[in-house]
Design a binder for this molecule. Structure first.
Ligand code: FNR
Length: 194
């Protein structure tokens, strides 16, 4: 019938980019909760560890991109959107996440270009990593990603929202709020594809 717009039930696939390398990371707990919090027809899988990337060095790049960088760039390009889940370090994003973004930004085609992105931060503190989010948004401006505006997922006092034994995110209101952000990312993604 000539209608080329995307039907609303087309499956979507998002990938998660985790900004912490810590084994018992609270942000990892949040990232692990996401597949269950996604609406039907939306799958969410984790990208590889950014700990596998060397420190960015243009000489290393000139000798050939490290395979983990190329693999992650390809996974991001293939995904319909990216959910970045990260701690705040010293009012900004962790160096290891910035390093990963710097590497990925040098790959052609640049994987974040035109990509829907949602940001989630979690912290044992009150502010929930809010300050890091605006640094990350600034990075994403240059990479020409489409960062979701609202709702902003900033999870404060996260230590009380994760089961200390299972490391599972158990706080119901937090889970509900995260679900609403994933739904908003789905809406943004479908709009951009239409
Ligand atoms: C932190 N932490 C922290 N928290 C915060 O809310 N704002 C901040 O600016 C910082 N700064 C900071 C710097 C550095 C170097 C470290 C190691 C930690 C505390 C941080 O939120 C806490 O360690 C979290 O548990 C880290 O997240 P994961 O690893 O649990 O996901």
């Amino acid at each position: 019938d000539g209608d080329q717009s995307m039907p609303n039930d087309t499956p979507l696939h998002f990938v998660t980019l985790l900004g912490s390398l810590r084994k018992a990371s609270f942000n990892a707990s949040v990232a692990r909760a996401l597949p269950e919090l996604a609406p039907e027809g939306v799958s969410i899988t984790p990208l590889g560890s950014i700990g596998d990337f060397p420190h960015y060095n243009a000489d290393v790049q000139d000798a050939g991109f490290p395979p983990p960088v190329l693999a992650m760039a390809e996974q991001i390009r293939a995904a319909d959107g990216v959910i970045i889940v990260t701690p705040e370090y010293n009012y900004s994003i962790p160096g290891v996440l910035k390093n990963a973004i710097d590497w990925l930004s040098r790959v052609t085609p640049q994987p974040f270009s035109g990509k829907p992105v949602a940001i989630q931060t979690a912290s044992p503190g009150m502010i929930g990593g809010a300050r890091a989010q605006y640094n990350l948004r600034q990075n994403m401006v240059f990479l020409d990603a489409f960062v979701l505006n609202r709702p902003e997922v900033m999870i404060g006092m996260v230590a009380g929202k994760v089961d200390p034994e299972t490391l599972k995110l158990t706080d119901e209101p937090t889970c509900k709020f995260i679900s609403s952000q994933i739904a908003a990312l789905v809406t943004l993604t479908r709009k951009l594809k239409a």
